[in-house]
Design a protein around this ligand. Structure first.
Ligand code: 5GP
Ligand code: SF4
Ligand code: MG
Length: 456
């Protein structure tokens, strides 16, 4: 998912700016979009299933617009299979003793169901099984505390990997889990407007400049006097490695590490670790491009576009069923003449289920590639993510049930090799990474065994 928030002195068209910010974060989720806008009195909410441009046509955008808007938040959602439901769209809003609140979050609170059960015993009421509602309820019931303190108290209770934006009629709050698993950045627009976003690309989209990342375990808030910060609970930083491998936009810099450059380093590392004799390096667009540039640079084998990507196609994994995913591959990719009669090194960022990869290898063979050597810029994904990246349930992860040789056979490649976990760490650099989906070592905790199926 992607989150966005703005705090600004009026007058300002925050509905429009939030739309622009969400549009820049569209790659982080295409299932639903929503926003809240307040001018200190009125509090408007609109959300629905669909792309940002589909949910917010002119009329809908106009319906959340406020002439003297002061605070806004927004969300784009990508959900786990089966929960593609309208009521799951965010931001979630509730009336509390602190007034109306809106919350948008990226990630997962791994102990949300436990905390929810405890709160039910204490007499709390819930409308959904959504983990956002647990967060909002926790904040609401600390009625002795102000909003910032209540949010800090809730952060201490909920574990997991998350980045959130929260708004009241007059305040914007942002907070990031103690390990900084999910990203969140702060920007400034002119002198008197502040922005929070999952990635810097959304800051640039609204004419703001990057100030810094929200730190792991930090809570920030904005009011008439500007930016404030409270360190709630900082642990060893382990930002999600998948952001750099695949998820983040290549023009985003997260926790001091440039996404595009890190992908090139992954490709160079991969070429050193897993070399192969071949004629051309071909990326699976768009997610394999950075690594393919690196692989070509390091190996000296020329880079070429061997696959055309239809720019009107979305991210394939969003398709809900296997059949839909398979059809969508053809909608999205087709081979070019660059592979004819060539030994191809095919580069992609990840193998999740293996089904897309098999189709792509076969496309290249049909187009006349003599050999296809598959190289992957992430290690085999063997474990599910509990922190908000929907890499599928464990039983669907091909690498959790198959050896590399079995996967090679399944995807019909001549050779198959992955970057090592150590190589990936080196290529990213930075303060440390979460690599739980490759190792099973979860830095920010896991759900109780009973709750795993509900969450992953
Ligand atoms: P596969 O061959 O595993 O079906 O698909 C691998 C390709 O699809 C990679 O290019 C990867 O970027 C993308 N992909 C497929 N499914 C998912 C998914 O569930 N989550 C993520 N993050 N990427 C996926
Ligand atoms: Fe990212 Fe994988 Fe960790 Fe999930 S488990 S946060 S996808 S590195
Ligand atoms: Mg891809």
């Amino acid at each position: 998912c992607g989150v966005f928030g703005m705090y600004s002195a009026p007058p300002n068209d925050l509905a429009w700016l939030t739309y622009m910010g969400l549009f820049a974060l569209q790659h982080r989720g295409q299932e639903a979009a929503g926003m809240c806008v307040s001018d200190g009195e009125k509090f408007h909410v609109e959300k629905d299933l669909g792309l940002v441009t589909q949910v917010f046509d002119e009329r809908r955008l106009d319906s959340v617009r406020l002439a003297n808007a002061r605070v806004s938040i927004g969300h784009v959602r990508y959900s786990t299979t089966g929960s593609n439901l309208r009521f799951n769209a965010q931001p979630l809003t509730t009336r509390t003793n602190k007034g109306i609140l809106g919350l948008a979050h990226n990630g997962n609170f791994v102990n949300a169901l436990e905390v929810r059960a405890e709160m039910l015993n204490e007499g709390a009421l819930f409308a959904t099984t959504n983990d956002s509602e647990v967060m909002l309820n926790l904040i609401a019931r600390e009625s002795r505390l102000d909003l910032v303190e209540a949010t800090a108290a809730a952060m201490k209770r909920l574990k997991g990997g998350y980045a959130c934006v929260l708004m009241s009629r007059t305040q914007l709050i942002g907070f990031r889990d103690p390990h900084g698993v999910r990203p969140l950045v702060i920007g400034q627009r002119g002198d008197d407007a502040w922005v929070l976003a999952s990635e810097p690309c959304a800051l640039y989209a609204v004419g703001a400049r990057l100030i810094r990342d929200v730190q792991p375990g930090e809570l920030v808030w904005f009011d008439r006097t500007g930016l404030h910060s409270l360190m709630v609970d900082a642990r060893q930083p382990t930002p999600c490695s998948f952001e750099w491998i695949y998820f983040a936009r290549s023009d985003s810099r997260l926790d001091g590490v440039d996404t595009h450059e890190s992908r090139i380093r992954m490709g160079m590392q991969l070429a050193r670790e897993k070399p192969v004799d071949a004629d051309v390096v071909v990326p699976v667009p768009d997610s394999g491009i950075g690594a393919a540039i690196g692989y070509a640079r390091e190996s000296g084998i020329p880079f070429d576009y061997g696959l055309y990507k239809n720019p009107y196609a979305g991210r394939t994994f969003i398709a809900p069923t296997q059949e839909a995913r398979e059809l969508k591959v053809k909608m999205k990719l087709s081979p070019t003449s660059a592979v004819k009669g060539k030994r191809v090194v095919l580069i992609d960022d990840s193998i999740v289920r293996g089904t897309t990869s098999r189709q792509i290898v076969n496309l290249l063979r049909e187009a006349g590639a003599t050999e296809v050597h598959f190289r992957v810029s992430s290690p085999p994904i063997t474990h599910p993510c509990f922190y908000g990246i929907d890499t599928a349930a464990r039983k669907e992860l091909v690498a959790s049930t198959h050896s590399i040789e079995e996967i090679r056979d399944l995807i019909n490649a001549d050779t198959l090799a992955f970057i090592s976990e150590q190589g990936l760490r080196q290529a990213i650099g930075g303060p440390g990474i979460c690599s739980a989906c490759f190792t099973g070592d979860y830095p920010a905790g896991t759900p109780l065994l009973n709750d795993v199926d509900k969450l992953a």
